[in-house]
Every structure is written in structure tokens, then in C-alpha cells.
Ligand binder design. Structure first.
Ligand code: ATP
Ligand code: MG
Length: 391
């Protein structure tokens, strides 16, 4: 099963879309079939990968409304092994149209289920609001990656997001993890950035990604060319950082799969499936060339010639192993994670007054609350200030 990562932070302009595009592209450049789902009516992830606005094209709206399957919504950007389900501004309507619908929180999860075997990574770009769209993304996700700028106000918004994550765990998706917190637009030269990073490290511990993303003009320019930064300027610091972040998350995933395979006594899963994120995961039509595995974390990085923009396949493998990245097993990292203990109230009333969904229970059997039960969850619903598309 692929790993579904929601890139979320209800604060606007922190680098969610930039991270979604460039992380997904870096996975793809590492020869891992990757799907990016644009869950934001602003549709920046779609335009940033070269998809012009087109109301006729199937999009995330059709997916959520049950009008099209995920397979039918797949679009192909100009990067091998990357697929996109684009968004259109009509997605803002789903927030309203789904309020009275059955299983409204599980729409995305159910829709993406058939694709999870084919894509080792599915990245969800969330809007800057804790609305029904973000809720759908967090219910569909295995983990949330939180981009954050190194500024003092950042923590305020994050504690709100962590509170939401905890409540989604209790009511809809008990397996939801924090994938990590990644510092974006980071300027390591300033004392302020250093101090804030140190402070965040105290809060987030190992969940603060070892890789931070520097402010880099090539990263900001790339979307206007409809390209991820590694196709726009693979040698830029921005491209290098996103490649390193992808490698950091890939190493954690490889380790997680290895641990899962070890724990699964008598498993019929073939040995390679534990460590090879690419082997056999994609359907034939999604594998243009035989895919190569990525190296297990303990092997030394393969030193190759620096790739050109036209030869991205070695880009991720060529990077130095991320310093300290995932030095501990993923399970140990999760145990050490201090966030919920420090920032989230320990006991919360489940949103719908029903027992939490059991891990592994099919989405269809999961309880879902009435519309009024989650009103307080949607703290920024249709917030016109944070979402300029809202009218
Ligand atoms: N590392 C970076 N270096 C320079 N500019 C960046 C970097 N990351 C993001 N930006 C710029 O910052 C702005 C906000 O980024 P982005 O759109 O990714 O944020 P967002 O969180 O998705 O925003 P929203 O909340 O509106 O969805 C964009 O103009 C983007 O080009
Ligand atoms: Mg965005």
C-alpha cells in the first residue's frame, strides 16, 4: 500500500503547494510512481505543474462528488512517473455541497483507495483552512506533513492544526500520524530563524525534518514555467533541498516497510516489497520503463555525475544521505514525538460521540458525525481572509 501524505497547515502562504509539487516531483525523479492530488480550490498545484484552468477537465471536485473515479481524473504532467489529479475553483462548492452528504469526510479516502497499490506515494495539497476539504485529506492520509515558516507566530496555528489532527484520530482516522514538520523559506543566516528553529526542535523533536527548505528564487520562479524546480533548475539550492527532503521521507518509509515486514510473521509479502518502493507497485500502464529500487538507508549513496534537467532519474539517489535523517527506527521516532503531550489537550470528546474508528476498519463501516457535530472542527471554514478564492 502506498503512503498518503497530506501537506497541511491552515496558515496561508507557508509553502504547502510548493512543498507538494516539489516533494511529489522529487519522489517521481527517484523513479517512484507518485500521485499529487490538488485539494485546494485555488488550484495552484495544478497550474504550477502546467495545467491551465479548464472547467471541462475532470478534477478533485468530480472525485469528491462521486461523478468520476480517481482513475478517470488522472492527468499526466511533463515528468515521468508523476501523475496529478488537478483542481478547479469549483472545488470550493464541494465544501457546501457535501455538508449533507453521506460519508462526506470519507469521500477522498474512498475515491483514492483503488490507486493506493499503484502509487507508493500520494501527496495531497491542502487549502489554507481547516475545512471539509482539509478534513477529507486528513481522513484519507496516513500522515500529515506540516510546512512551516520559522517565525514566532507559526506555533499558534500549528497547535490548532495538531488539535485537529488529534480529533480526527479520535473520530475518523486513528492511524493518522505526523509525517514531519518542514521549515520552508528558511534563512539560516538570521538569528531569528535559528532561534525559532531551535524552539521548534524542542516542541517537535525528531518530527522536525532534518532538511529545511531555504528561500530560493528558483523555487518561486518555477511555477510560472509550469514546472517543478528540479526541472526548472536542478542545480539550485531549492531543488537540492526538496530532493533531500524526499530522500529523508523515503528512507523513513523504507524503514517503516522493513519493520512492518519483520513484524508480519508468516507474511506472504515478497522480501523485496519491504524495501523497494517501486517494484511491482504500479499497474502496467503507469510504468513507462522498468522501475529501479531506491537504496536501503544503510547503503552508501551512489555517486554519479550530477544530473542535467533532462536526466532527473539519478537526482534523488545522488544526494548525500540526509544528516541525522531518521537515525532511529520510525517506531522509536513516533514514540519520542512530544507534540501531542505538549500542545494538544489529552482527552477530547469525540466529534460524534461515538467510539473511535478501529484501525484497519473499512471506511464504509466507520462512524460519521452529523453536520452540526463538526462545526467546531472547521475553525476556519470558508474563511475569506485565509482563502482568497472564497466569495
Ligand atoms: N523556498 C521558497 N523560496 C522562495 N519562495 C518560496 C519558497 N517556498 C514558497 N515560496 C513562495 O511563497 C509563496 C507561497 O507559497 P505556496 O503557494 O507554496 O504556499 P501555500 O501554503 O500553498 O499557500 P496557500 O496557503 O495560499 O495555499 C509563493 O509565492 C511561493 O512561490
Ligand atoms: Mg497552496
Amino acid at each position: 500500500m502506498g503512503r498518503v501524505i497530506a501537506v497541511a497547515n491552515q496558515k496561508g502562504g507557508v509553502g504547502k503547494t510548493t512543498t507538494s509539487i516539489n516533494l511529489a516531483s522529487s519522489f517521481a525523479a527517484a523513479e517512484i510512481n507518485t500521485l499529487l492530488v490538488d485539494c485546494d480550490p485555488q488550484s495552484n498545484a495544478s497550474s504550477g505543474l502546467g495545467f491551465a484552468k479548464d472547467p471541462e477537465r475532470l478534477s478533485t471536485y468530480d472525485l469528491l462528488m462521486g461523478a468520476a473515479s480517481a482513475e478517470e481524473c488522472l492527468q499526466k504532467p511533463d515528468l515521468e512517473q508523476l501523475w496529478v489529479i488537478p483542481a478547479h475553483k469549483n472545488l470550493i462548492g464541494a465544501n457546501l455541497e457535501l455538508v449533507g452528504a453521506d460519508n462526506r469526510e470519507f469521500r477522498l479516502r474512498t475515491a483514492l483507495e483503488p490507486l493506493r497499490e499503484r502509487f507508493p506515494f500520494i501527496v495531497l495539497d491542502c487549502p489554507p483552512a481547516l475545512d471539509l476539504l482539509t478534513l477529507n485529506a486528513l481522513v484519507a492520509a496516513d500522515a500529515v506533513l506540516i510546512p512551516m515558516q520559522a517565525e514566532y507566530f507559526a506555533l499558534e496555528g500549528v497547535s490548532e492544526l495538531l488539535d485537529t489532527v488529534e480529533r480526527i484520530r479520535q473520530s475518523f482516522n486513528p492511524a493518522l500520524e505526523i509525517e514531519g514538520v518542514v521549515l520552508t523559506m528558511f534563512d539560516e543566516r538570521t538569528n531569528l530563524a535559528q532561534q525559532v528553529a531551535a524552539e521548534l526542535k524542542k516542541y517537535f523533536g525528531e518530527k522536525l525534518c532534518a532538511t529545511s527548505i531555504p528561500r530560493n528564487i528558483r523555487v518561486a520562479e518555477a511555477p510560472s514555467h509550469g514546472k517543478p524546480v528540479l526541472q526548472y533548475d536542478v542545480r539550485s539550492r531549492g531543488a537540492e533541498s526538496y530532493i533531500r527532503l524526499a530522500k529523508e521521507l523515503m528512507e523513513i518509509e523504507v524503514r517503516r516497510r522493513g519493520e512492518r515486514a519483520d513484524a508480519d510473521e508468516g507474511s506472504v509479502v515478497p522480501d523485496h516489497a519491504a524495501t523497494d518502493l517501486t517494484a511491482g507497485d504500479a499497474g502496467p500502464e503507469l510504468t513507462p520503463e522498468p522501475a529501479m529500487g531506491i537504496e536501503p538507508p544503510d547503503e552508501p549513496a551512489v555517486v554519479e555525475e550530477a544530473p542535467s534537467a533532462g536526466d532527473l532519474s539519478g537526482a534523488v539517489r545522488e544526494q548525500e544521505p540526509a544528516a541525522e535523517a531518521g537515525a532511529e527506527p520510525a517506531a522509536a521516532v513516533a514514540d519520542a514525538h512530544p507534540i501531542t503531550a505538549t500542545l494538544v489537550p489529552q482527552a477530547r470528546t469525540p466529534l460524534c460521540g461515538q467510539p473511535p474508528v478501529q484501525p484497519g476498519a473499512p471506511a464504509a463501516s466507520a462512524p460519521h458525525p452529523m453536520a452540526s457535530d463538526y462545526d467546531d472542527l472547521l475553525v476556519c471554514e470558508m474563511n475569506q481572509e485565509s482563502n482568497p478564492i472564497a466569495v
